[in-house]
Write a protein that binds this ligand. Sequence first.
Ligand SMILES: Nc1ncnc2c1ncn2[C@@H]1O[C@H](COP(=O)(O)OP(=O)(O)OP(=O)(O)O)[C@@H](O)[C@H]1O
Length: 826
Amino acid sequence: MNRTQLTQWFRNQQPTIEQIILEAAQAFVAANERNPNFGYDLSIAQQEAYNLVQNTDLCYDRYTTPLAYSLWYQARRMNVFLSHFCDKVTEACAASQPVEVFDLGAGTGCVQFCFGLAAVAFKRAGKRMPLMRIINVDVSPFMLSYLRSYLWPAAIKHYPELRDLLVEYHVYSWTNRGEFSITNPWVCASYLFDSSENESYLQSNFDELIKSFEPSKILMLTSAQERKRNMMSSLSAKMRQRGFNMIVASSDESVFQGALPVVSAYRMRLVEKYRLKASKSAVSWADGSFNALGLEKQQSGLSFNMRSLPEVLDLFNPPLRVRREVQLNDDQIRAARYEEQPSIITGPAGCGKSIVVTEKIINVLEKHKWTGPLNILVTTFNKSLIKQLRAWLTDLLEAKGKSVRQQYNKVVNGVNDGTGDLTTGAEFSIQIRFVHFEMLGKYVGSIQFKPFNENTHRQALERFVLETKKEQGIAADKWNEILNPDFLLEEYHRVIYGLQCKLVLGEDNYQGVERKGRGRRISLNRGPRRKAVFTALHKYGKWMHADPQAGQSYLARRQMLFNELESRRLPAPFDYVFVDEFQDCTPTDYKLMGMMLKNVDRLVLAGDLAQAVHIGQSGSIPRDKAMARRVYYRLNGSYRLPFRICEAIYPLSEAIAASSLDREVTAEITPYKGAPPGARPIIVGGANDTELAQKIIAIRAAYLPFDINQVTIMEKDDGLCREIRRAGIPVETTTILRLKGLEKELVVWSLQAEVEYEDEVKEFVYTIATRTNCMLVVAISQNAKAYFKPLLGLLRPDRLICWDAQSENLFTTYKQVVSSPLIHEG
Ligand SMILES: Nc1ncnc2c1ncn2[C@@H]1O[C@H](COP(=O)(O)OP(=O)(O)OP(=O)(O)O)[C@@H](O)[C@H]1O
């Protein structure tokens, strides 16, 4: 079969192909139209389709986008490809060896249709079925899923021979790597470069890909704008240097012609039913606005040259769970190097700070040639993170063939809490202690203490407030914003302990202290208010030390450890100290870290001040003498956060960076260049928990192609969690303190959740939004807390999806509050 015969065959199939496009659309609509938000989503998807015409990006992350796309573009895109490359398609079908067609930016699979139907033509003409494998690669799970679940089954119904064609679907992120072998790859890139953003990124990665694929043919199409034409010619110049020749891609005659009457009629019915803003013109096969470029390279020798290539172009660059598989980037390698200087590793959420901490520990051990004795402390505020750091480190040690002995502080039902000692090295003389920050007193200072019950402490504080008010003649309803257990405990933490404004130093000392780290929301100037706070706290301190029933708070124990170290009764126990998530440390905590070290130059701090939910803007790293030799490593780009979410929260990260006092260490968040595109954050609104839960369940169902399962609600929202659980959906609700440094797949930020530290609401929201490696849902209800509302205005509006009209309304109403000075502070 030659090119002319194939062209003719395709022309004869024109009505059948149209029928396939129609049937796929009908099946998709039948499967989805009962979703309450279907009409809304489709109407916005249709509006967004005009982004392409206006040369802006189409995000392809609404579940109805492929429907709108396929009805209008499927026929055109097939026509364009075939009209330019029919002879290449013929060549692939006639080839005696297998051909693997990689379609980069496959969308709804027009290239698969062209090669697949051509294969059918060959088979029907009495030839053997061509040996082809079509590998569809696209950034949008929805586009691929429409091809796989709707278009291709409809195509198989009309052309059963297609069952024999090998087809694969991969959601691609450039960082994925794997091993598999291919023999004769062809690369098609249809409209891959139409994205107006990230052009240079796409170009350089395409270049890299061509280098590793070594394809024999490259067939490219883009829209015919001047800019794209220039880009194509610069790419082709590069490829020519690599030995590719131009193939003249003929476009003198179009394979298909005219309109698609049945598809047009069906589309118009949708337009009317859902009042879509769409062109009323008939759907056409003709498309005059494109460039085509064909390149090929003569392969030398036998063509069965099996090569290892990026394979499992897996869903959404799932996070590398096995530590040894993570290959550090150059900045991470630099930050992980061994050095005798305090090092401070900062960077936005997900940039790999914890990864660097584990690598740096390995580098320390190598520097010491795996011989001890060596005492190393790894500490952080979050037990689950300790567990992860320990698992990562164990994996690295085992990968190096090192023997490791594990001892755990606490094992319940066979499950350990991650804290405890790991020993390794020559004669197990290297000891690495994993200790939760709260437990430093116990495990480092061996400080004996009585059990601590927070409720008992709160009740005691309430008593001391009453006593103080009585003694000082303060009315019962006066100064309640400072004379309450929450405020007093935090004052004890941040000022009494945090700034070493010890109670024994007396009231005068407290009256004069500059309360750094406490914000300005609640004023507490020198005078009777301070006096009252001091008196209540003094009573509290005395009670804690004197009453055998009181028990010591974690802070009090940390203070004791501090005293022991300061007085040198306890000699510095560690050679190295690694602190992850340092951002919530007080100045005293930093001193404590230094004092635990024989040599302060061996302190490593990793963290991100933008995630400082307790001290927020006032967080800063000490610049005192002990830290004089400190060196900063700033990592950039989040490996965790999908592109679209990074784009959406960028203004929020900018606001945090602008208002942070420590400009040196807080930076705006950007995605790692290989981050998966993902979906834009989804705004969902409902009157109450039941309504919200139903919608969140519907979102999860619609976005299942994104490979999600469990829903994680933050911050704690038991009501919403219960409603979702009732439907049998795996769901949890937790606090950011528990999730710090960790990641989840579908994070719901509930606006009805309480925030303990309203001053730090930006940092709080940033920390929640950056916990996801796939999807973020923002849940707004009538009970949304007012302090969250302005934060919605710090999300980039064109990078959000509203789930339905009610969600959009609620969102718009709340967003009006954005003009409040709150978000413009600093
Ligand atoms: N070089 C890399 N290659 C691939 N994945 C990486 C790389 N560096 C980090 N990651 C992945 O990125 C995710 C985030 O890494 P990590 O937890 O170290 O970041 P972090 O900066 O400590 O985050 P946070 O600020 O939220 O604590 C992890 O899933 C990790 O496996």
